[in-house]
Design a protein around this ligand. Structure first.
Ligand SMILES: NC(=O)c1ccc[n+]([C@@H]2O[C@H](COP(=O)([O-])OP(=O)(O)OC[C@H]3O[C@@H](n4cnc5c(N)ncnc54)[C@H](O)[C@@H]3O)[C@@H](O)[C@H]2O)c1
Length: 265
């Protein structure tokens, strides 16, 4: 693995993983954990924030280099800010911030509740802009920083499942574009990965590993993505290789959004 993130300090919000591991593996793998491992493998010091300190600690234990586990509740504004302060105090100024945490709802318009709408907004969008706001000052001081927001194709297309998820994932991309454009001339970049069907531990827990065949059936590549493939796209956007890229959404969906909507098989 190249050391293109050598000397960088990264913070991953939502870097634990919860749910069944893949067959033959013991470590549950979600996007947040895969991202933390990849940034570490490329040389970054990685601070892992998660509402479960245990899950964040497991991620840190598997890093290739230095790291720190931090307990943070994305639904709590003070906790979001405090986690960034802790990260900076212990690891140094943040060069890379990955806003990965996200929860999916199950309520279409007919039954969309205020409660679900509220928590989706708090976790999927508010925590992201609060985290970015807290990390921004040191990035501006150093004239160097990269934000990567972990988005979903649900922010661009409707899956008919969850109104709150689709709305908050769309809003998240607006936050990303605002950060990108507002600070483009100050050395700070912001981009998003827009993920399709990824075989994450959380998806296995919520939909079952058996659901993956149905999920893969709509993908031109004929399979779900791996969290490691999402992480590779995040690492690219976080690195200097993406130095002239800002305000963009990189779609990682195995070709779904390029296809005429027919089942693959
Ligand atoms: N898996 C997919 O198919 C898929 C598709 C599109 C987008 N995404 C996006 O990828 C991101 C990660 O999803 P994932 O399925 O890989 O999960 P993940 O495994 O990366 O994240 C789960 C982690 O988030 C933590 N978390 C949950 N609520 C939290 C809170 N309030 N505060 C702090 N931490 C909290 C959990 O403890 C868990 O460790 C989300 O933003 C999701 O919308 C996933």
């Amino acid at each position: 693995m190249s050391g293109r993130l050598q000397g960088r300090v990264a913070y991953v919000l939502g870097g634990g993983s919860e749910g069944p591991a893949r067959d033959g593996e013991s470590l549950p793998m979600g996007n947040g954990r895969a991202i933390a491992l990849r940034l570490s493998a490329e040389g970054a010091t990685v601070v892992v924030g998660d509402k479960s300190l245990d899950r964040a600690t497991v991620t840190v234990e598997h890093l290739d280099g230095p790291g720190l586990a931090v307990e943070v509740d994305a639904a709590d504004p003070d906790s979001c800010r405090a986690a960034v302060s802790t990260a900076i105090a212990h690891a140094g100024a943040l060069d890379i911030v990955v806003c990965n945490v996200g929860i999916s709802g199950r309520e279409p318009l007919k039954v969309q509740s205020l409660e679900d709408w509220g928590i989706a907004g708090d976790v999927n969008v508010r925590s992201h802009w609060l985290t970015a706001q807290a990390a921004l000052p040191t990035m501006l001081e150093n004239a160097r920083g990269a934000f990567v927001f972990v988005g979903s194709t649900a922010g661009i297309y409707s899956s008919r499942r969850s109104l709150s998820y689709e709305a908050t994932k769309a809003a998240q991309l607006a936050v990303m574009r605002h950060v990108a454009v507002r600070y483009a001339d100050r050395g700070v970049r912001a981009n998003a990965v827009v993920l399709g069907n990824i075989d994450s531990a959380l998806v296995r827990r919520e939909f079952g590993a058996g659901g993956s065949d149905a999920r893969a059936g709509v993908v031109p590549m004929g399979r779900e993505g791996r969290p490691e493939e999402a992480a590779a796209a995040v690492a690219f956007l976080a690195s200097d290789d993406a130095g002239y890229i800002t305000g963009q959404s990189l779609v990682v969906d195995g070709g779904v959004s390029a296809a005429w909507p027919t089942p693959h098989r």
